[in-house]
Design a protein around this ligand. Structure first.
Ligand code: FAD
Length: 313
């Protein structure tokens, strides 16, 4: 079977859920090779093995320019394993890596893919999920996989450690001299969260989003927002769900005061269970709902929080 290279991503000191999903996907179509980079990379080899890595390329060198070094290591891994498929997470860093690697290897990029078929066809929803295309890339396919597209399942691989001699590329002209960590939320990452609670214009104001946050925290979920809410300045733009925001695919999606415009649906329609709370029983999002509550968010949401808290006590 062909070697499928997976670039491991880390967050909060662990491999991300998307990395485990990519290893699961790689197993279904070939022989997974995990690439672990950055200081302390070796500490994550066991986890990658648990999810099927047959080989693990370790590069623990300190990185003055993380994406650039990842590209160097991936290019070396592609050559060493004679691979024509590289999976990266469809995050900002993953997509940047994908573009640079495709240039380096003379291959092609497909972003926001949800699957790769055994024949190498890369499956990608387009036009807000209205259509799905399958692409066959000539040469090395560098594929950015959307979080939560595949269910991660453990199945142990051999986990053979491989150290490659990777010279630092002369091609780079930029060097990161300092980094300032952004504000970290204690909530899960929106794109990969199992539970997402989103608020829309129906929350009425920025203050109304306190209710969205309370419900999200009660369910240990992430907070999302419609564009109407982010455009109004009620919640930061980076939490926008939809065609021009983040695509989510959680187990549970709660939409509070969101009408269900096509652009919003594009970002959440693959959620496994959708709960809609809206005072207008004709709101289009009810068409997608597994459970719908017709009512005012200001009364329904506090009642919901109280009931969940009571049942958990
Ligand atoms: C190119 C383009 C890209 C776009 N991208 C996105 C995107 O990525 N994400 C996105 O979300 N939108 C996007 N939009 C905007 C989209 O078309 C809608 O305008 C937006 O999703 C509407 O947000 P909303 O549902 O919160 O607001 P509205 O459509 O105004 O709906 C508010 C809902 O709240 C309900 N409501 C009001 N008060 C209460 C209450 N007290 N209790 C319960 N329910 C109440 C109302 O009945 C209504 O259904 C895009 C638009 C364009 C043109």
């Amino acid at each position: 079977m062909a070697n499928v290279i997976v670039l491991a991503e880390r967050a909060d000191g662990a491999l991300t859920k998307t990395t485990l999903e990519m290893l699961t996907l790689a197993r279904s179509i070939g022989t997974p090779v995990a690439v672990l980079t950055g200081e302390g990379a070796d500490a994550h080899a066991a986890r990658a093995t648990e999810f099927g890595a047959e080989s693990i390329v370790l590069d623990s060198s300190a990185q003055s320019e993380p994406v650039g070094r990842d590209v160097d290591v991936l290019a070396a891994a592609v050559a060493h394993f004679n691979s024509s498929l590289v999976l990266v997470a469809a995050s900002a860093a993953g997509k940047e890596t994908a573009g640079r690697l495709a240039i380096r290897t003379g291959g092609g990029v497909v972003t926001d893919a949800v699957r790769v078929n055994p024949d190498g066809g890369v499956v990608q929803p387009i036009f807000g999920g209205a259509m799905t295309v399958t692409t066959h890339v000539k040469g090395v396919a560098v594929v950015a996989i959307r979080p939560s597209s595949i269910a991660a399942e453990p199945s142990a691989g051999a986990g053979t450690i491989v150290t490659l001699d990777v010279p630092t590329s002369e091609r780079r002209r930029a060097r990161i001299t300092a980094t300032v960590p952004g504000q970290r939320s204690t909530r899960p990452d929106l794109a990969a969260a199992d539970v997402v609670v989103s608020g829309g214009r129906g929350m009425g104001s920025a203050a109304g989003f306190a209710l969205v946050e309370q419900l999200a925290d009660t369910l240990k979920g992430a907070v999302g927002a419609s564009r109407a809410a982010t455009d109004a300045g009620w919640y930061p733009h980076r939490f926008q769900v939809g065609q021009t925001g983040t695509t989510v695919s959680p187990q549970l999606y709660l939409a509070l005061g969101i009408s269900g415009a096509i652009q919003h649906r594009a970002g959440m329609q693959t959620a496994k269970t959708v709960v809609v709370i809206n005072k207008d029983r004709e709101a289009p999002l009810f068409e997608l709902a597994d459970f719908g509550i017709v009512g005012d968010v200001s009364t329904i949401v506090p009642a919901l929080i109280a009931e969940i808290t009571r049942r958990r006590a």
